[in-house]
Design a binder for this molecule. Sequence first.
Ligand SMILES: CCCCCCCCCCCCCCCC(=O)SCCNC(=O)CCNC(=O)[C@H](O)C(C)(C)COP(=O)(O)O
Ligand SMILES: Nc1ncnc2c1ncn2[C@@H]1O[C@H](COP(=O)(O)O)[C@@H](OP(=O)(O)O)[C@H]1O
Length: 310
Amino acid sequence: MPPVTNITQTHPIAGHLDMVNKRLNDIARRLKINKLELLIMLTYPVIIILGQLIWLVAPAESSMNYFTSKKNIFNVYFVKQGWFWTTMVFGLFLFSVMRDSTVVRKQHGVISCVKKFALITTCWFFFSQWFLGMPIMDRIFVLTGGSCYNVSAEKLKNSEYFKLMDFTIEDLAEFTNQDNDYYYSSSISSRQCKSMRGRWYGGHDPSGHVFLLSLSTTFLMTQLFEFYNSITLRKKLRQFKIDTENHLKNREFVPFLKSLFLDYPIVLLLMLVGLWLWMLLNTTIYFHSLLENLAGLFFSYLASLLSFQI
Ligand SMILES: CCCCCCCCCCCCCCCC(=O)SCCNC(=O)CCNC(=O)[C@H](O)C(C)(C)COP(=O)(O)O
Ligand SMILES: Nc1ncnc2c1ncn2[C@@H]1O[C@H](COP(=O)(O)O)[C@@H](OP(=O)(O)O)[C@H]1O
């Protein structure tokens, strides 16, 4: 009888998995990152492709649901304040790690994780908020031919940056009326444009949502696995379940919240990652072109790769 171990070694699927594994190791080595970091980074192209497929298969359903409204609560209060939530959850997580006696390699891990966070925060700030004036994403938009159009005379601020629109843009015509003068500018940021009710139109507009959501989730997930492995994580979640049942059975709501925030912020971290991935899927289904989503992802990859080198 042949030895049992040969059966799995010679099985065709085992062969394929082995090949995929070698490929992943190879790519990870070339990028100077570990396999977990690579696997996390590979989830985003999968989500983007899934989003495109959902849009192709069911465009009507995709465009008429709560999550495709820009005003949905999760977009307005969570994603639009996304760095704040990521910072909060990360801070609580780090605090709990420092108090957790089961975590090993603590001091070095905590310092490098704070440095990584400082680096990706700087990248987020330069890409989406400010980069010696306009943020990088707005600079790309303007450099690729975009401008802020349809600013009416009464909303106009800093008029030296604007020119009179002596032409009409067909796509934007429904937002204008015949009796008014309208102005345009390529020297103001998307935020300033929005504040003057202008139309951000014409260029390549890398998705800020894809950038923020993928960068945040990559950071949070890699830091989670920096301090926990699947066994310690499962143990922690099991303990959380037991503690929560006890708290709720005794109607101890304040102690429950205290333990959630101070002892088990990994639960908050996993909930935030879940929300971020869900919002990312919605962004890729309905908002932006495929190329603009990929551009947002490309810049988040750059920031993550930089942080992995620390
Ligand atoms: C114990 C932990 C200590 C860690 C110490 C690290 C030291 C680093 C210091 C850095 C501190 C940073 C603190 C940051 C606090 C905040 O995040 S406040 C700002 C909150 N603002 C946001 O979150 C805005 C997020 N939104 C966006 O970026 C954009 O709206 C968007 C999502 C990119 C979309 O852009 P649109 O223009 O709307 O398309
Ligand atoms: N998942 C989502 N849910 C709701 N709105 C989203 C969204 N993803 C992107 N958007 C909206 O689509 C626009 C482009 O986003 P981005 O460039 O950041 O990817 C933004 O509109 P506003 O800027 O008018 O709020 C943003 O709010």
